[in-house]
Write a protein that binds this ligand. Sequence first.
Ligand SMILES: [Zn+2]
Length: 499
Amino acid sequence: MSHRVLLAGLFHETHTFLDGRTPLDDWTILRGDELFSARGDASPLAGAISVADECGWTVTPTIDMRATPSGTVGDEVLEVFWEGLSSGFADGPFDGIYLVLHGAMACENCPDVEGEVISRIRAVESLADLPICGVLDLHGNISRQTIEETQGLISYRFNPHTDGHQVAVESARLLEQIMSSGRRPSSVWAAPSVMWPPTGTGTDDDPMKTLETMARRIEADDDDIVSVNVMGGFSFADTPDTGVSFAATTFGDPEVARTRLAELVDHAITHRQQGNVVDPPLASCLDDVDRHIAAGETPVVLVEPSDNIGGGAPGDATTMLAAFIARDIDGAVAIINDPESVQAVTELDIGDSVTLPIGGKTSRLTDGPLELTVTLESTSDGRFTLEDPHSHLASGAGLYIQMGPSAVVRCGGVRILLTSLKTPPFDLAQLRSQGIAPEECSVVNVKAAVAHRQGWDPVTAHTYTVDTPGPCSSDISRLPFERVNRPVFPLDELESAGP
Ligand SMILES: [Zn+2]
């Protein structure tokens, strides 16, 4: 008999230290059968739908809500999600629930949105005992409640997130296994009281690399343990549960799984400093950049985590652009999100010039606008299709991306792509679609931390990750935390820590 599954998605990484809030208007909302429009688009939602199709589930699609990482979410967004989810309850009874989640969403009066959603579901009599499975981003700040009241929320294994679709498929197959067999796994949670900046959460580098290896070994060692999550957490959020956490789902003894998670906790505490990656200042690399360009070793990528769009930053910081222009670096490229400037230049003819303030308009933590005289090279509607379906961007947005109306302008030898919707620079089609060949750039300002690597590393000659003024600086000890559970590294020393 066909299994009946309630399906929903809620996806946001909330930077609670940003000015302003994220209102309902900023969200892309799919309702009912609109969720099926994700079919085949490489997103986690598409992964869940593919298993539903394969297993012949009768799905009640309710609501999918997602927004680009940004500031604290208005409380009304949670209520709209809950109304959307509740609208499906009448279709029951169900055999299971599948959720596409991020894990680091925070509303004004609800710092643990995912935990709140789970607890509301469990309070509905007809849903109280149903298996809940789903997918989490590796950057979720996950509470014990979220894990221990569900049966299989599985997180991405890679950062950059090349496996969002695949993990969604695996967690949906787990739900099918639970519904078919009637056997119920338990999930257990543990956390080391450690926060790492996004730059410290790449899975090609330690400590995440070793933690992922240890987690896969636990899965291989113990036939009962079906998944082990290594969550890097999202440190730009002042919530009680912010930080690194682990989870295991097992058909066996939960205490055995807890013992295995303790190994991960120990490793994270012992190697806590390794994940606390703080970047050198921009000025420290500029002479090296000149030398590389003179030697033809290009493109050079200058990674700017403080304006990491994927971490919620505005994507309009001008510090690096100012350095390119001050040195008039021929072939340099920066991408600045600035809808006002796009509008101002699209009134021009191609080849015309205008003087206007560019970027620096949305965060008091950046350097402010840069007054430039620029020449218009091209305009577009800003749509592009990912060239890499396993791009980190696909895990949040699917294959088809919209930067809004966009324009390429030139100032001396420096080109600037101006966008109207901030767009994480994770896929090379972003520049290529605007007539800029990434391979031919001399130096590129990439507003990211880690997730750009999948796209950029194969074409890059040299990479420098540097600190500039901005809201996503890797030095998290400077942020004014008030709500996070203490003690927590790096705000406090850990008494029980190893060497
Ligand atoms: Zn992430």
